[in-house]
Design a binder for this molecule. Structure first.
Ligand code: FEO
Length: 162
């Protein structure tokens, strides 16, 4: 089974997006560390690592179908936010963009009857359900705690357990 040039380009775009997600989360990690939210910072560091694993899975998949991997430019990311809630909302928004991108890729794979790509991408559809759910739960928790400092510290400690 070979990759069409169109699918190969779309998979390379996704590789870029996964590296970019890691970069986005790294900016958040740096902010959270500066804000003394060490648990949340450590949680976000794990998230950056998970995104690198996603990028690597796409790289290996393209190579396994004898495709050409291209590493495109990734843009600068901010390292300043207004608080944990803003970080989580921005991360959730980012995951929704990634979900849309994976779904578009899956539609392309299906339309080309590339069953290997379809199988590979369906695992990422499941992964995205989990990622979005995690961020939604965290947003709800942080909203519930509100301005209660003791509550926020407890949330931070819990995040540090990841
Ligand atoms: Fe690789 Fe969080 O999507």
């Amino acid at each position: 089974m070979k990759l069409s040039k169109k699918l190969e380009k779309a998979l390379n775009d996704q590789i870029k997006k996964e590296y970019e997600a890691s970069y986005v989360y790294n900016g958040m990690r740096i902010y959270l560390d500066d804000a003394n939210l060490k648990g949340a910072s450590s949680w976000m560091l794990k998230q950056t690592q998970e995104e690198l694993e996603h990028a690597e899975a796409f790289v290996q998949f393209v190579k396994s179908l004898d495709g050409q991997v291209k590493l495109e430019d990734i843009k600068a990311q901010k390292t300043e936010y207004a608080g944990l809630l803003e970080v989580l909302e921005a991360a959730y928004e980012h995951e929704q963009m990634i979900t849309k991108s994976i779904q578009d890729l899956l539609e392309l794979a299906i339309s080309e009857k590339n069953y290997a790509a379809e199988n590979f991408l369906r695992k990422f559809v499941d992964e995205q359900v989990e990622e979005e759910d995690n961020f939604r739960d965290l947003i709800e928790l942080v909203k519930f705690v509100g301005k209660n400092k003791a509550g926020l510290l407890k949330v931070d400690g819990g995040l540090g357990q990841r």
